[in-house]
Design a protein around this ligand. Structure first.
Ligand code: NDP
Ligand code: 2IT
Length: 446
C-alpha cells in the first residue's frame, strides 16, 4: 500500500503515461520504498521531486528506415529517453528487440537513474533502443540498421550530453557500427560518446564482463553477511547473452556449479556444469539456439520452451529480461531451498515474485543494485577515454569489485537505518533516490 500522497502521485503517473505497464511497475516499486524519506525531508514534497523524477527530461522518438538484402524497405521506431541529468550526462544502454516500446524504454530509463546514482559515478539516467528484431538478419542488414539509427540519434549525443551503451540485442559489434557512423557524421573521434567499445578503438578491459561479474560480486557480498559463500553451490542462470555468460564465468571461478541457462527458445540442463567454451561458441560466435549446445554435450538436456526456474538450485540469477521470474517461479525456488537471488537483468522478478522470495527468507539483490557493475564500468571506460588512458584487467576488475561492495554497503546500511535490515529493495531505492533528490534540490527548479 502506498500512503495517500504517494498514491495520488502514482495515479497521476498512470494517467499521464497510459498503456505503459512496465513503466508503471518500475515507478510503483520505487514509490513503495520512498515514503519514509518524504517524512524526513519535507522539501522533497514542496519541490515536487518525485513528480519531477517521474517525468523524463526529454523523450526522443524517431523513424529508422533501412533496406534489407533484397532491397525491401523496412521502417522501425527508434527511442532515446533522456530521463534525468541531475548527477551527470544521461547514461544507459540501447536495446534492439521487437518488444521495445516507449514504455519499455521509460521503465529501463527510470531504473537507470537510481542504479547510476548507486554507482557513485557522475552519470545521469537514460535509455534507448528500437523495435528492430536482429534475429535472422544478416550482418549487412544489422549494420545498415545501426547506421540509420545513428544518423538520427547522433545529434542528441556527446560525452557531456548523453552516452549510450549496449543492452539486449546490442553488443560490441553493434556499438562499433554506431560509433563508426557517429564518427563519420561528426568528423570527430569522440570516444567518450559511446561505451562498450572494442578494445582496439577506445574500449575498456572488463566492460564486457562487468555486468555478470558485478552481479556475482553483489551476490557474494549478500552471502558474506550470512557467513555463506558461492563455493560448492548449485546455481541456475537464466539468459545466455552478455550478462548471463559472464555471470556463469564468475560463478564457476568462485567454485559454483551452474547447471542450467536459457535463451528465448528454452533452457539447457547440464548436470556437469555449463561448459563455457561450448556456450560461448554457440551463442557468441555462431549465434544459434541452445539446442546446438545440447547436441555437443551428451549429458545435457534441452528443454524447448521449458521453465528454467523448475531446476533446483541454491543460487538463482535471472539474467535475461523483465518479468521472467513470477510468483509461481519464486514459490518453486523457495520450495527447492534457494538461498539467494541476484538480478543480472533489469526488473526480471515480478512484484509478487519478490514478495514470495522475501517471505521465504531468500536473499534478494534487486537489479538496480546487483546489475550496476555494467554501467559503473562504462563510467570507468569514460574516465579512461577522457584521460586517453587504458587500465589493466586486474586494476579495473578490482575497481568493479570495490564499487559493487560499496553499493552493497549503501543498500545494507540504508535498509538498516530505515528499520528493515536485509531489505535490499528498500535500501537500493532509498539510497539511489536520496542522491538524485539532493542534487535536484541543489540545482533548482529546472
Ligand atoms: P543479450 O542480448 O546479450 O542477451 C539476452 C539473453 O536473454 C539472450 O540469451 C536472449 O535469448 C534472452 N532473452 C532476451 N529476451 C528474452 C525474452 N523476451 N524471453 C526469453 N529470453 C529472452 O542481452 P544482455 O545480456 O546484455 O541483457 C540481459 C539483461 O541484462 C537485460 O535485462 C538487460 O537490460 C540487462 N542488463 C544488461 C547490461 C549490459 O551491460 N549488457 C547491464 C545491466 C543490465 P536469445 O539468445 O534467444 O536471443
Ligand atoms: O541496464 C544497464 O545498466 C545497461 N544496459 C548498461 C548501460 C551502460 O551505459 O553501460
Amino acid at each position: 500500500m502506498l500512503d495517500e500522497k504517494l498514491d495520488d502521485i502514482y495515479s497521476e503517473v498512470l494517467r499521464r503515461n497510459p498503456a505503459e505497464p512496465e513503466f508503471h511497475q518500475a515507478v510503483r516499486e520505487v514509490l513503495g520504498s520512498v515514503g519514509p524519506v518524504l517524512s524526513k525531508s519535507p522539501n522533497y514534497a514542496s519541490q515536487k521531486i518525485i513528480q519531477r523524477i517521474c517525468e523524463p527530461e526529454r523523450q526522443i522518438i524517431f523513424r529508422v528506415p533501412w533496406q534489407d538484402d533484397h532491397g525491401d524497405v523496412h521502417i522501425n521506431r527508434g527511442y532515446r529517453v533522456e530521463f534525468n541529468s541531475a548527477l551527470g550526462p544521461y547514461k544507459g544502454g540501447l536495446r534492439f528487440h521487437p518488444s521495445v516500446s516507449l514504455g519499455t524504454v521509460k521503465f529501463l530509463g527510470f531504473e537507470q537513474i537510481f542504479k547510476n546514482a548507486l554507482t557513485g559515478m557522475p552519470i545521469g539516467g537514460g535509455k534507448g533502443g528500437a523495435d528492430f528484431d536482429p534475429k535472422g538478419r544478416s550482418e549487412d542488414e544489422i549494420m545498415r540498421f545501426c547506421q540509420s539509427f545513428m544518423t538520427e540519434l547522433y545529434r542528441h549525443l556527446g560525452e557531456y550530453t548523453d552516452v549510450p551503451a549496449g543492452d539486449i540485442g546490442v553488443g560490441t559489434r553493434e556499438i562499433g557500427w554506431m560509433f563508426g557512423q557517429y564518427k563519420r557524421i561528426t568528423n570527430r573521434y569522440e570516444s567518450g560518446t559511446l561505451t562498450g567499445k572494442g578494445l582496439a578503438w577506445g574500449g575498456a578491459l572488463v566492460r564486457p564482463e562487468a555486468t555478470g561479474y558485478g552481479a556475482v560480486f553483489f551476490l557474494q557480498e549478500m552471502m558474506k553477511v550470512q557467513g555463506r559463500s558461492v563455493d560448492g553451490r548449485t546455481c541456475v542462470v537464466s539468459g545466455a547473452g552478455n550478462v548471463a555468460i559472464n555471470a556463469i564465468a564468475k560463478l564457476e571461478q568462485l567454485g559454483g556449479t551452474v547447471v542450467a541457462c536459457s535463451d528465448s527458445q528454452g533452457y539447457v540442463y547440464d548436470p556437469d556444469g555449463i561448459h563455457l567454451p561450448t556456450l560461448r561458441e554457440v551463442k557468441e560466435v555462431e549465434r544459434k539456439t541452445l539446442e546446438a549446445y545440447a547436441e555437443r554435450r551428451p549429458n545435457s538436456q534441452h528443454h524447448v520452451r521449458g521453465n528454467i526456474w523448475e531446476v533446483p538450485c541454491e543460487i538463482a540469477l535471472p539474467c535475461a529480461t523483465q518479468n521472467e521470474l513470477n510468483a509461481s517461479d519464486a514459490a518453486r525456488l523457495v520450495a527447492n531451498g534457494c538461498l539467494a537471488v541476484a538480478e543480472g537483468a533489469n526488473m526480471p522478478t515480478t512484484p509478487d515474485g519478490i514478495e514470495i522470495l522475501r517471505q521465504g527468507g531468500v536473499l534478494f539483490g534487486p537489479g538496480k543494485a546487483a546489475n550496476a557493475g555494467g554501467v559503473a564500468t562504462s563510467a570507468l571506460e569514460m574516465q579512461q577515454n577522457a584521460a586517453r588512458d587504458s587500465w589493466s584487467f586486474s586494476k579495473t576488475e578490482a575497481k568493479l569489485a570495490e564499487i559493487m561492495s560499496s553499493i552493497h554497503e549503501q543498500c545494507a546500511a540504508t535498509a538498516e537505518a530505515y528499520g528493515r535490515p536485509g531489505d535490499y529493495v528498500l535500501g537500493a531505492n532509498i539510497a539511489g533516490f536520496v542522491k538524485v533528490a539532493e542534487a535536484m534540490c541543489a540545482l533548482g527548479l529546472i
